[in-house]
Write a protein that binds this ligand. Sequence first.
Ligand code: GLN
Length: 191
Amino acid sequence: MRIGVLAVQGAFAEHEQMLRALGAECFEIRQRADLSGQMDGLVLPGGESTVMGKLLRELGLLQPLWEKIESGLPVLATCAGLILLAERISGEEGRHLGTLPVTVKRNAYGRQLGSFYAEAEMKHIGMVPMHFIRAPYVETAGSGVEVLAEVDGRIVAVQYQNQLALSFHPEVSGDASVHRYFLRMCENRII
Ligand code: GLN
């Protein structure tokens, strides 16, 4: 299993550590040439979505990644990664990859609640520790989008075919269950 981790900005190293601990091989995506080898899955980490989106465009990565996701490459997107995937960003004009039919709200928890911790049931997985860091949430989910978890009535995890997208940061929790589930998606890729 060879997983590409977008490494232009943000919390990519923690994902690599967790995936390697589960036996996957990881490589970092920093430029177009990095996309030429075998890739069984893609991780879009947390960070700052405006910066990452800008770098994806400047580095010529936006279009090839869009094509790979559209053709079924399994993707795990966390926090800013969820914003990169979203079809619509609440209150903003533009979008980045736009492959996930949801509307996300950025920095959705206000100043005081910028960062917090919760535990919640995640469909297909079980109880999951969730670290939220200036997190977005999913305001509306389009048809075909499966809601996997909610916290305080807000959608924080969704799956749409090959795309698994989370508001929170599973890579900092020490709990590998979300990454294990993602690697199963990569193994079972059928699309
Ligand atoms: N607030 C960031 C954004 O809007 C996301 C935060 C994160 O990835 N931890 O892109």
